[in-house]
Write a protein that binds this ligand. Structure first.
Ligand SMILES: [Zn+2]
Length: 1090
């Protein structure tokens, strides 16, 4: 039984769907006319048409000036004409990227020195579902490039039992080397989904947005005046968001996403396939004993003896099935014994219960599912929903006044990730959902999609379980046992040969930049990590520097030293000898190292103050566009020359005001360029190191729309600001060595009846719901908003699935799939009981950033407050039977007012004097780009007292004892001068030492004689041979180990300037411009009880 399908299928023919066996060779994926395939591929090519080896935009190089930059190039006018090679290119540069599908296309197995240290014998790309086509992206102008898509099954697919088993492995995801380092960064302002009338009001149904205010908003403005501005600011998005226009108007950007075709999409070829199903399943069904039904269908595991007869009665074919009754029964049974902790059912009076913060870090609520389902569910660190019980109608959701949405961390570094190499990736023929633990098996041969309910065939190959080596157990396959799984994608999932890793660094070398001394740090960091850049023998690297001119560096193998080429005509950028500028890292490593060593000195005498960032970005884009890759841009000031030049907009006295501040870009240059980049699979990461206003609102667009990230180091200076220097070093180390995915797309699907409408994060939305991610990194988070379209009354469970298709740094095409399953409920009380307050707060923060930009900051703040008032009012009026005094909240939402207050005091949304504009924008970027867990730590840090750590309740991990001090509420009430307190704010740890801190702590932990001798800038604890030191270090290390980046520890004395940052996070306390927690509660209560 092996070698089914694939070999038989004519080359170039791709099955649409694993399940579509009927129309093709037995059990193989149904062949699809190759024309279809190629045309799609063609259109979809992310690659541009010039591909194979041509460099259309190359212009004649004029002069090359070795070393420092005098001679300039005056690009004689006209870049576009002459296409001859630059004179200088001494020899043809190595393997051109574009030359054909060649080396890159090795079958995954042979080429995986890579991401998979494992994967012994991988399956060669075999046949597997080729999704129907309908997404588009890639410039319409692109010519078909069918040739880039290798014919599918070029090699026999081996599917023998034994063989199969070999292909399944649980491997650590990602390169081990990447497991830890530095910080994440945010970026990105709101991104909108094109046609969607972003409805932010939790309750608002999708569809055309209500013209005026949100539906159901209370009309009682007067008393609320202070917090609620006139136009009822709940999150009801203005339709006219900038993102929308970009999508629709930006013809040039409107690339047709070939990936749409690949990752999922339409409904190809389903009809005739369906008709053949019956025979197929029967034939096999007789041959093998009946299957224990798939997961959901089982009665409790022990008693699962055979296929329930009822499942045999399902007609095959059409999708019209109600949700499987078996799963439902199971679920119903579980409902009565609510999995909720009894505490969860409690109603809390917040005005009485002042200590509501749990002493241990808050855990996400577990959905109220049968434990057999829940144990297969997706890890909440990867995939979370704001409501773990989904309201069955939009009306019910509207009543709850809570936002419905998902928070994702799809590319998180994982310790364990099942990776499947198989020729058949089984997906629903209708909706393209990947088979997952929450589908139902009707019998051995048919499974029902949990998203659209279509019944699909089980392909022959899938009958064999490589883990147990048993045939006839499709429901035990890893794909059906793991909510998170990664597939090695066969060639159908490629629009072109997987791109090589390409890294281009763009450095500001103006006088200002040189003054900061950042080049030393960055070049040193690059030197240190050069061999750790994710990649393989195909890795390419290049460098551009700029001030008022643009400088390229020829690193062609064989040169004795790097050659600098200067282009001074910044109005008409061309690339001299492009093939020598982005070079193979292995072949030119010495030249690269030599450049990195000399670069910091090359410009020390420069007096050039101007900054031609825009032209430099254009040049970088041109250089990278044939391949795609990652562009890392370092900028230290406001760009002043050429396209993209900006003017100062910040007025110091505006900092205090909540309105009239410039949160929107002043030019669309950066956004447009970002979209061009996105179309060519280039992501731009921006490192802004500037002491002065640099208009991050405009600059940040370059990263936001190209799926990059923004890093910000205000007042970076190599001598005056050592703390920033250290932060940059740590963050760079993480940045340079962490996993990276190239030319990625992500799609999120959900059960029929639900619809996804607004997306948050850094990406560009193509074809309505396909997120284009030229790069994807493990530190990026995303959020989406949803609504209930059709009633879910016939449904007990709904599922959400995200599929991320990307190219690994080793050149493998992979698909990472996460599936989350949640129960549907019919009462408001159940909706409230299942609320996930962290996810809700995170989603609201994303919505508030959009709101700040489309409306105003004060609007956004009001909307945040109203979100609390509205939901608690709904709870009070519709759930609570007796109207008690106080502020009554469901246990699940007891921290909601606190978290919203924390958001109001967060840099993004705070009012007051200390929010500089760029810092505020950066905070907003982070809200949009950070995974929920870090967003919450940034917003509401964890505070611990650490001068009296004990082993009581400590964790024991690998012989290490890790103290677990209780989490304290964020109020100065909890501080005392005789103690030491550690605040964990995600990317930063702050250890504040009280003036009268016990001598013991000073000597045994800090290693100093007295308070006065604590160094002013101390960022490490000495490793002393005392139990106190061991405990403190164990605790801090443990905190750090739980995140992939390395949070810097600031040790703060009472009089240190950093103390203000520490105190700023005391969100329960009153400040000049903000209420205390208790005052806030009183305000909420007043509004709720109206
Ligand atoms: Zn489906």
């Amino acid at each position: 039984m092996s070698q089914p399908g694939t070999p038989g299928a004519p080359a170039g023919l791709q099955a649409h769907n694993g399940a579509a066996s009927a129309s093709g060779a037995p059990y193989s994926n149904g062949p699809v006319p190759s024309a279809m395939m190629s045309s799609h591929i063609a259109v979809n090519q992310g690659y541009n048409s010039q591909l194979p080896g041509s460099y259309p935009h190359l212009l004649p190089a004029k002069t090359l000036n070795p070393a420092s930059g005098q001679s300039s190039y005056h690009a004689s006018q006209g870049s576009g004409q002459a296409f001859h090679r630059p004179p200088v290119a001494s020899h043809p540069v190595g393997p051109s990227l574009h030359s054909g599908p060649v080396p890159q296309m090795l079958p995954p197995a042979s080429q995986s020195p890579a991401a998979g240290p494992r994967l012994p014998g991988g399956f060669p790309p075999g046949s597997s579902p080729l999704p129907p086509v309908n997404w588009q992206h890639s410039p319409p102008s692109l010519a078909p490039q069918a040739s880039h898509c290798p014919p599918a099954p070029s090699q026999p697919t081996v599917l023998g039992n034994t063989h199969l088993s070999a292909h399944h492995q649980y491997v650590p995801s990602g390169d081990p080397s990447l497991q830890n380092s530095c910080a994440t960064s945010g970026s990105a302002l709101p991104l909108r989904n094109p046609p969607l009338p972003t409805t932010f009001q939790p309750g608002a149904p999708p569809g055309p947005p209500p013209a005026g205010g949100p539906p159901l908003v209370r009309a009682l403005a007067p008393q609320k005046a202070s917090l609620r501005a006139a136009p009822q600011p709940s999150f009801n998005a203005a339709v006219n968001q900038e993102g929308i226009t970009s999508n629709t108007n930006n013809g040039s950007m409107m690339v047709h996403s070939s990936y749409d075709a690949i990752e999922g999409g339409g409904f190809l070829a389903t009809p005739q396939l369906a008709t053949k199903n019956p025979q197929m399943s029967q034939g096999v069904g007789y041959a093998y004993p009946s299957l224990p039904p798939g997961y959901q269908n089982t009665t409790p595991p022990s008693s699962a003896t055979g296929m329930p007869s009822s499942s045999l009665n399902y007609p095959s074919g059409p999708q019209a099935f109600p949700q499987t009754s078996l799963g439902a029964n199971h679920l119903t049974a579980s409902m009565s014994g609510l999995s909720l902790h009894p505490e969860g059912l409690r109603v809390v009076n917040l005005l009485q219960e002042r200590k509501i913060l749990p002493a241990t870090p808050l855990q996400p609520p577990a959905p109220n599912l049968h434990e057999d389902i829940q144990k297969l569910n997706c890890n909440p660190e990867l995939f979370r929903c704001t409501l773990t019980s989904i309201p069955q109608t939009q009306a019910l959701l509207n009543k709850a006044k809570l936002p419905l949405g998902l928070l994702l961390h799809p590319f998180k570094d994982l310790v364990q990730l099942p990776v499947v190499t198989s020729s058949t990736i089984v997906r629903c023929r209708s909706c393209r959902t990947y088979i997952n633990p929450f589908v139902s098996f009707l019998d051995q041969r048919r499974w029902k999609c949990n998203l659209c309910y279509r019944v699909n065939d089980v392909p022959e190959e899938f009958m064999y379980n490589p883990l147990t080596r048993v045939y006839g157990e499709p429901h035990r396959r890893p794909e059906v046992q793991n909510a998170t799984i990664e597939f090695m994608a066969p060639s159908e999932y490629m629009l072109r040969p997987p791109q090589p890793p390409v890294y281009l660094f763009v450095f500001d070398v103006s006088h200002n930049a040189v003054e900061t001394g950042y080049l030393n740090s960055v070049c040193q960091s690059l030197l240190d990590n050069l061999d750790l850049l994710p990649g393989n023998t195909r890795t390419k690297i290049g460098f551009i520097t700029f001030d008022s001119t643009i400088h390229f560096y020829s690193l062609q193998e064989g040169l004795s030293q790097p050659q600098m080429l200067i282009i001074s005509d910044i109005d008409d950028i061309f690339i001299p000898m492009p093939e020598n500028l982005l070079v193979n890292l292995n072949e030119s490593k010495e030249l690269v190292q030599s450049l990195l060593k000399t670069l910091p000195q090359m410009f020390t005498k420069s007096l050039e103050t101007q900054s031609a960032l825009g032209p430099a970005l254009q040049a970088a884009f041109k250089l990278m566009s044939p391949t795609g890759g990652r562009m890392s841009v370092f900028q230290t000031q406001l760009p002043t020359l050429g396209v993209g030049a900006l003017k100062p907009r910040e007025e110091p006295n505006q900092r205090t005001s909540a309105k009239e501040i410039h949160l929107t870009p002043s030019t669309d240059f950066y956004k447009k360029l970002a979209l061009d980049c996105s179309g060519q699979q280039v992501a731009v990461d921006l490192f802004l190191l500037s002491g002065q206003y640099s208009d991050l609102a405009s600059l940040g667009c370059i990263s936001r729309y190209s799926a990059g990230s923004v890093y910000y180091y205000p007042s970076y200076h190599h001598q005056h600001n050592p703390v920033q220097v250290q932060k940059l070093q740590k963050e760079l180390q993480r940045y340079l060595t962490r996993k990276i995915g190239f030319e990625a797309v992500m799609r999120i699907r959900c059960t029929k009846g639900l619809s996804i409408h607004t997306f948050h994060g850094n990406f560009f939305v193509r074809s309505t719901d396909l997120l284009s991610l030229p790069n994807v990194n493990p530190d990026a988070g995303y959020a989406v908003q949803m609504s209930v379209g059709e009633s879910l009354t016939d449904t007990q469970l709904v599922s959400f699935q995200s599929a991320l298709l990307y190219t690994s740094s080793k050149g493998e095409r992979r698909i990472r799939v996460h599936t989350l399953c949640l129960p549907v409920v019919s009462t408001l009380n159940e909706v409230f009981l299942g609320a996930d307050v962290q996810a809700i707060s995170g989603l609201l923060a994303n919505m508030a950033v959009d709101r700040s930009i489309t409306a105003s900051l004060s609007d956004a703040r009001d909307a945040l407050v109203n979100a609390v008032i509205d939901s608690l009012s709904a709870y009070r009026s519709s759930v609570l039977s007796n109207q008690q005094p106080g502020l009554m909240v469901p246990f699940s939402l007891r921290l909601f007012p606190l978290f919203v207050l924390a958001l109001l005091k967060q840099k993004s949304f705070q009012t007051g004097t200390n929010a500089r504009l760029d810092e505020r924008i950066f905070a907003m970027c982070q809200v949009k780009n950070q995974p929920l867990v870090y967003l919450m730590l940034t917003t509401h840090p964890s505070l611990y007292r650490v001068d009296n750590l004990s082993d009581e309740g400590a964790l024991n991990i690998n012989d290490r004892t890790i103290p677990q001090p209780p989490v304290l509420q964020l109020s100065v009430e909890n501080l005392s001068r005789d103690g030491a307190f550690l605040m964990d704010a995600g990317s930063v740890l702050m250890l504040w030492i009280g003036k009268n801190c016990a001598q013991n702590f000073l000597t045994q932990v800090l290693g100093v004689q007295n308070y006065a001798s604590i160094p002013q800038t101390m960022t490490e604890l000495p490793d002393l041979d005392t139990p106190e030191s061991a405990r403190t270090i164990a605790f801090i290390s443990w905190l750090r180990e739980q995140r992939p980046f390395f949070p810097i520890l600031y040790i703060i004395r009472d009089e240190s300037p950093m103390k203000a940052n520490f105190l700023q996070n005391m969100v329960e306390d009153r400040t000049e411009s903000a209420l205390s927690y208790y005052e806030f509660l009183l305000h909420i209560q007043q509004q709720v009880n109206k």
